[in-house]
Design a protein around this ligand. Structure first.
Ligand SMILES: O=C(O)CCC(=O)C(=O)O
Length: 309
């Protein structure tokens, strides 16, 4: 056998083994399914594939355990912070590079933030939301597509249930007053049903202020607002003082907050009302992805083929 022949054979055998063992994407019989059934199949496949990718990503991240380039801890773990509403913080969900890429991608589209106009489902400016906002889509880059997949895996709601990710920038004094992410009207609900989950990703650290607070929530180990006296009016000021009875998350670059806007029985969870407190010092950047109970099908939130494969 020529020199190197044995190792070439071993490599070929390994390739053959890997090819035969590689998980197959279940595409073969999609085309034969009626449209609605096919959509459900796509959703199931999407969720399964994304979950696998998520695990792969997480183990890759574990192998990179250590310090970020800026000296911060880069390990990933999830903390349950409240049962009412159901809320979790995923530490280092994003890498520093992903956070920076998200900001860079959104800069092109930044303008004054708007809120949903519940009368007709369009958007309007409001004094309750003084930040600037932009949009980033998984259609535009593999970085964003990868983030969307991990959001889908974490929320267990497939990627095609997610609205286009919204990026926000808050300068000192800017805030997002207390509000619900679930819809109060019927117009918006027609597009994919209620917003089941919100994933709020922090793209920057903030020197002071800018906490996300839930004035009606109860932190694990803390007292319910009925007992502690936390209200919509005082939650931000108490969060700033570090009051353990306020359900609050301090922005930290890379971390992500997940909370559910609906209970498991589908009813809206009023305890999920939340606010972005005024930034005192620094600039706060966030990216929010809302995941609906069903696939989106209207307007700029509509699913596209590349979001389902
Ligand atoms: O910026 C925050 O902390 C809150 C943002 C928010 O409420 C939202 O995106 O729905």
């Amino acid at each position: 056998m020529p020199r190197g022949g044995a190792s070439r054979v071993a490599v070929l055998a390994l390739i053959a083994l890997a090819t035969s063992a590689a998980p197959r994407r279940a595409t073969a019989d999609r085309a034969r399914l009626p449209r609605d059934a096919r959509d459900e199949r796509l959703d199931d496949d999407d969720a399964r594939l994304r979950a696998e990718e998520h695990v792969a990503y997480a183990s890759d991240a574990r192998s990179r355990v250590g310090l970020r380039r800026d000296g911060a801890d880069a390990r990933q773990w999830i903390e349950r912070i409240s049962e009412s509403p159901r809320a979790y913080v995923y530490r280092n969900f994003l890498t520093r590079e992903e956070a920076e890429a998200t900001i860079a991608a959104a800069r092109r589209t930044m303008r004054r933030s708007e809120v949903v106009n519940e009368a007709d489902g369009t958007s309007k400016t409001s004094d309750e939301r003084t930040s600037s906002g932009g949009w980033v889509s998984g259609e535009d880059s593999e970085v964003m597509a990868n983030i969307e997949r991990r959001v889908a895996a974490w929320t267990m709601l497939p990627r095609n249930r997610g609205e286009t990710t919204q990026v926000m920038r808050y300068e000192a004094g800017q805030e997002y007053a207390a509000h619900d992410d679930y819809f109060h009207d019927e117009v918006n609900v027609k597009n994919g049903g209620q917003r089941a989950a919100t994933v709020l990703m922090y793209l920057s650290d903030v020197e002071e202020g800018g906490e996300t607070v839930f004035p009606r929530g109860t932190p694990l180990g803390g007292a319910a607002p009925e007992k502690s006296g936390v209200t919509q009016g005082n939650a931000c000021e108490r969060a700033l003082r570090g009051d353990p009875n306020v359900l609050a998350v301090k922005p930290r670059r890379g971390d992500a907050l997940l909370f559910f806007n609906v209970h498991l029985n589908g009813e809206v969870d009023e305890r999920a009302r939340h606010a972005g407190c005024p930034v005192v010092r620094g600039t706060k950047w966030t990216a929010t992805r809302w995941q609906h109970v069903g696939a989106l099908n209207i307007g700029s939130f509509a699913r596209t083929d590349s979001q389902t494969t």
